[in-house]
Design a protein around this ligand. Structure first.
Ligand SMILES: Nc1ncnc2c1ncn2[C@@H]1O[C@H](COP(=O)(O)OP(=O)(O)OP(=O)(O)O)[C@@H](O)[C@H]1O
Ligand SMILES: [Mg+2]
Length: 283
């Protein structure tokens, strides 16, 4: 994971975008709610002989919260890394806002990464920097904001994650839940259009988890943020998910609303939702 964390920190940094750009992109988003932000077709990805994704197809609508669930090791994190261009698929197409991103080179991906933030499970804060510098980092890398504007932005994002006043603390002084919320503040620092969340509530108590759920919902309500949330936390999935997808055998065995999920006549998926491991394992 360390390697992924380091890369996620880089990608968080790259997720920065200038205020001007975000203002421009807000307009078409607000007018066009039902458009696909992501359209993924026939995606396949193997590691050696292990076929992780096998012809996976799905779309994520603008302003939607799309939740991906599934057993451990089924390829949920791999799917997120593909959506952010941190990995390339073996075959298939990933369109982001109409643009093909599969197979793009690092440099060609910059404009996409500036619009999509990624929040990894561990948070991946810079341990040697205090909270202020962690959140300021993408602003310094990708904008020309002066120090007063950076300070205002850091303050605003800390308020968003309900951690005002902890600017001077080091990551090692924070609890796991606080670190996760600081990482979230950093990923939101430059007002991304989409955020990819990998297990945003793992290891957190139910109250802190509910706070994270509220933040995901309010990012959508206030800033039209599209989210893709990978989680094992059913309470979170129910709270935030507009549609949920169940990854199994390299493809989505189910994609739909919670109403459809609860009515689904699929023994394996129903057993997964009910936490009945024997039936899921037997499939
Ligand atoms: N870089 C890699 N090299 C080799 N194998 C990998 C790599 N990344 C992922 N895998 C393998 O791909 C499979 C899917 O991994 P992934 O991390 O996406 O699972 P996951 O669904 O996120 O699981 P969890 O719920 O435990 O986080 C696993 O078998 C994993 O070992
Ligand atoms: Mg994972």
């Amino acid at each position: 994971m360390a390697d992924h964390d380091a890369r996620s920190a880089q990608s968080d940094a790259r997720s920065a975008q200038s205020d001007a750009r975000s203002a421009q992109s807000d307009a078409p988003r607000a007018q066009n709610d039902a458009k696909d932000l992501y359209r993924v077709e026939a995606l396949s990805k193997s590691y050696g002989k292990l076929k992780v994704l096998d012809n996976l197809s799905f779309n994520v609508l603008q302003r939607e919260c799309f939740v991906i669930m599934g057993r451990s090791g089924t390829g949920k994190s791999v799917t997120l890394r593909l959506l952010n261009g941190l990995e390339s698929p073996d075959s298939g197409s990933i369109r982001f806002d109409g643009q093909e991103i599969a197979g793009l080179r690092e440099k060609e991906l910059y404009p996409v990464r500036e619009r999509v933030a990624m929040l990894f499970q561990s948070g991946a804060l810079f341990d040697s920097m205090n909270v202020y510098e962690n959140i300021a980092f993408p602003l310094r890398e990708h904008t020309d904001l002066d120090e007063d504007a950076i300070a205002a932005k850091v303050k605003e994002k800390l308020e968003t994650v309900r951690l005002s006043g902890i600017e001077e603390k080091l990551p090692s002084d924070l609890s796991g839940g606080m670190r996760k919320r600081v990482a979230l503040a950093r990923s939101l620092a430059l007002d991304p259009e989409a955020v990819l969340f990998d297990e945003p509530t793992s290891g957190l108590d139910p109250v802190t988890s509910a706070t994270i759920a509220d933040l995901i919902v309010s990012a959508r309500e206030k800033h039209n943020v599209t989210s893709v949330v990978v989680t094992h936390d059913l309470a979170l999935a129910r709270r935030v998910g507009d549609r949920i997808a169940f990854l199994d055998g390299g493809r989505f065995r189910f994609v739909g609303t919670w109403e459809e999920a609860d009515a689904a006549e699929d023994d394996v998926f129903s057993a997964f939702l009910a936490g009945r491991s024997e039936e899921v394992d037997a499939a």
